[in-house]
Design a protein around this ligand. Structure first.
Ligand code: ZN
Length: 289
């Protein structure tokens, strides 16, 4: 089902102030009411005026709905956080930290921090991939995004990024230590269902996939890029988006921010068939940081 686009008017209606945002978090985290650790049951809680927390009506125990979220201990109002999430999901291509600074009226430093935190939320380690899955890795950093065989020893060390794309489905992208078996295979066993059909190129690191319970077919890119349905064109497509992003806007991505950076590309790819629902898809990940 296609959802209607969530507009700025919807956002303003749903989240007119910080209390509305906090109420949403409470309803989201405690759909059946708040369980009080002291009273050992669900009790009535009331909001505390001076801070973003709720208190048990009976024993006074405090509950912080922002705990384990990117909003925790932030001095930025929740309305601005929700607005930032809205802005980052309102367009197909997303926006920059600079645009966020302008739209929110906060400093660049604050905007950049929010931007990075929201990207962290785009990480998906639940929903494993199944069916037909294309797997590939690539190098990021230095002067360009190079294939493994094109490494130039005089350049800065490049970071390895691996991607897993379910045909017709979701994508996951991971910043990994190396392009070796021990670095790549654990990601596959973690993120792809046993029995899935995996397509890769002929990088030897993938040779042991059948031993781990996967079906595996590889394509020799020196001979052809597509042989019947054996190809990695979906993941190649995702790489080209990431490559254009890094070269066009950032030129250099600090390795410590690389995972968050690629999260956004994986998230957008996964939401590509229903971009209208992106705001709520991200709101559902509010606690996963
Ligand atoms: Zn209590």
């Amino acid at each position: 089902m296609k959802l209607n686009k969530y507009t700025i008017r919807d956002l303003q209606r749903d989240f007119p102030n910080d209390k509305a945002c906090l109420d949403w978090l409470i309803k989201y985290f405690y759909p059946n009411g708040i369980y009080c650790k002291n009273c050992k049951r669900i009790t009535k809680h009331h909001p505390i005026k001076s801070r973003p927390s709720y208190s048990c009506d009976i024993c006074g125990n405090h509950v912080h709905p922002t705990a384990n979220t990117i909003f925790h201990k932030s001095t930025t109002p929740l309305t601005l956080w929700f607005y930032a999430i809205y802005l980052m999901t309102a367009t197909r291509a997303g926006i920059s930290a600079k645009q966020l600074e302008r739209e929110l009226g906060v400093t660049y430093k604050t905007a950049w921090r929010m931007f990075h935190q929201i990207r962290k939320m785009m990480y998906d380690d639940k929903t494993p991939l199944g069916g037909e899955v294309e797997v590939d890795e690539t190098y990021v950093g230095g002067k360009a995004l190079n294939r493994r065989y094109a490494a130039n020893f005089n350049e800065k060390p490049k970071e390895v990024v691996m991607g897993m794309v379910e045909r017709g489905g979701q994508a996951k992208v991971r910043h990994v230590i190396s392009s070796g078996t021990r670095s790549l295979l654990p990601q596959i066993t973690k993120n792809v269902k046993i029995g899935a059909q995996i397509y890769t190129d002929q990088w030897p690191a993938y040779d042991t996939l059948p031993k781990l319970g996967f079906s595996h077919k590889s394509i020799n890119h020196l001979e052809a890029y597509v042989h019947n349905n054996v190809h990695t064109q979906n993941i190649e497509n995702l790489w080209s988006h990431i490559k254009r992003g890094i070269m066009g806007v950032y030129r250099h991505v600090d390795p410590k921010y690389l995972q968050a950076y690629v999260n956004e590309y994986a998230f957008r790819y996964s939401q590509r068939n229903n971009p209208q629902a992106m705001f709520w898809a991200l709101m559902e990940r509010v606690q996963k940081v």
